[in-house]
Write a protein that binds this ligand. Structure first.
Ligand code: ZN
Length: 225
């Protein structure tokens, strides 16, 4: 087993990277990077590459860290031409990237406690804490219904109440009941869902928060001279 280390520094990174502080993808610079190449020595044995990179956002100058892993067995080929292939690199970022929707996380209209739960849901999702993510999503739905005066005991009843008040449409009511059921699966039945399903539930909650809280404000501004 052999290992080689190479030092890289002060290079622009071609791909934009999400910055937590800028809350969007930005251009980054590599400050320093150690590339570790590991191999067994045999001609047909795979080679593994690991990059330990200190990176800096050009927008806000925040410094963070990433580890990239790749190997000689996994290549992406452009147009099926092996000579144009490049290794598939999987990056892990430290601190973890929080893909918060700034329209929600920086909203002046959505109640602060809902924003707090939303941010916690995203943190839990990015930390692979699926139970906390799903239960947090359920909490957001419950909080919205209570804020709009729903008082029934079960959450489905509360969702139907805000539909009866005209806050959400029939279609949105049925969607929220489905999303609520995912939270119930975790909270009451120890039943899990795929990461993609949870991601879709988050997207739905983001759209609903914007629709319920921001849409009426935009509509009001249409009537202003
Ligand atoms: Zn930044």
């Amino acid at each position: 087993m052999g290992a080689e280390y190479n030092l890289n520094k002060l290079k622009d990174i071609n791909q934009n990277i999400f910055c937590n502080k800028c809350n969007t993808e930005t251009k980054h610079k590599l400050l320093t990077g150690i590339n570790l190449t590991s191999f067994d020595g045999g001609q047909h044995e795979p080679t593994f590459w690991t990059n330990y990179d200190t990176i800096q956002c050009y927008g806000c100058t925040t410094i963070s860290f990433r580890i990239g892993e790749s190997n000689s067995e996994e290549f992406d080929f452009i147009s099926g031409k092996p000579e144009l292939g490049f290794p598939v690199v999987r990056y892990e970022y430290l601190p973890k990237r929080l893909y918060l929707k700034k329209e929600i996380s920086k909203s002046k209209i959505i109640p602060p406690v809902l924003i707090k739960i939303y941010c916690d849901v995203i943190k839990a999702f990015e930390s692979n804490l699926e139970y906390f993510t799903a239960i947090g999503i359920r909490m957001i739905i419950e909080k919205i219904t209570i804020d709009y005066g729903a008082s029934k005991r079960g959450l489905e009843g509360k969702i139907r109440q805000i539909h009866d008040k005209g806050i959400i449409t029939e279609e949105e009511c049925l969607i929220l009941i489905k999303v609520k059921d995912i939270g119930n699966d975790y909270a009451h039945f120890n039943r899990s869902h795929s990461r993609n399903t949870i991601k879709s539930a988050i997207k739905i909650i983001e759209l609903m928060l914007e629709k319920i809280f921001h849409l009426p404000e935009h509509v009001k501004s249409l009537d202003r001279p």
